[in-house]
Design a protein around this ligand. Structure first.
Ligand SMILES: CC(C)(COP(=O)(O)OP(=O)(O)OC[C@H]1O[C@@H](n2cnc3c(N)ncnc32)[C@H](O)[C@@H]1OP(=O)(O)O)[C@@H](O)C(=O)NCCC(=O)NCCS
Length: 218
């Protein structure tokens, strides 16, 4: 498979490694820091708007290789590609249950385990060595960071960012576009657009950006 990466920063380099280790080829790295399309060392570099001609000429698939969830969504909306024009990248050293489902544009990094009947949406990042347990639902544009433990039956809403090493106990729901701090342990449902940190995780920011320090246990 030929792959076009949108984005050319650290996260894109990690995804490029995944693509190459699977025996596939990165044929382009597009980023709006480039103004013109040019070929260097067998790879195209240019603005993201070049994606349409490259897909047509090279019959390649696309990954939005940008870590920030909201920006990933914005670019997907802007490019207006069909679902089939996106790749799904699963590193050869990830374990994905045959009964799990993964959406288009989603990337699964090395060492990840996705267990039975989990459903993972589109344009999701499942980062290095995390666990998605059985029956979890992971929404579109979510990013679950390295080493996180999402236990059975958890629902992670669209655009959620789960920090590195965080744990969510079974059947809890993290509302859309929320953030869970690195190392936190979520034992309650978390409202949409909140930030929760600590062990156990307490909400420190809500949708209207109110910062609540009183809600935290020290
Ligand atoms: C949760 C997070 C997004 C908060 O960032 P922020 O909004 O800039 O918040 P601040 O750094 O101002 O911290 C606000 C408060 O929360 C505390 N806090 C922040 N992150 C915390 C965490 N992970 N665990 C416990 N407490 C945390 C701070 O100590 C601070 O407490 P105080 O008000 O008593 O001083 C960030 O700290 C975090 O953990 N990000 C995850 C990063 C990650 O894992 N990236 C993976 C990339 S692959």
């Amino acid at each position: 498979m030929k792959v076009i990466l949108i984005g050319d920063s650290g996260h894109a380099r990690v995804i490029a490694d995944n693509v190459i280790s699977n025996g596939d080829t990165v044929i382009a790295r597009l980023d709006d820091k480039y103004t013109e399309l040019e070929k260097r060392n067998d790879c195209w570099y240019g603005p993201s708007s070049s994606v349409h001609e490259l897909i047509r000429d090279e019959q390649a698939k696309v990954i939005i290789a940008i870590g920030a969830n909201a920006i990933r969504r914005k670019i997907v909306d802007k490019l207006n590609l069909s679902d089939e024009q996106y790749a799904t990248i699963i590193h050869k050293d990830a374990l994905v249950s045959p009964s799990a489902k993964l959406g288009h544009g989603t990337v699964v990094m090395p060492g990840v385990i996705v267990n039975a009947a989990a459903t993972v949406g589109s344009h999701v990042i499942l980062n290095t060595r995390l666990v998605i347990e059985h029956d979890c639902l992971i929404g579109d544009y979510a990013h679950v960071s390295p080493g996180a433990m999402i236990t059975g039956g958890v629902t992670v809403g669209d655009g959620v960012h789960i920090g590195a090493g965080a744990t969510v106990i079974p059947t809890k729901t993290i509302g859309a576009w929320s953030t869970i701090g690195a190392g936190s342990v979520v034992i309650d449902n978390i409202e949409a657009q909140s930030t929760a940190v600590g062990v156990p995780a307490r909400v420190i920011k809500t949708a209207d950006q109110t910062v609540s320090t009183t809600n935290r246990k020290v």
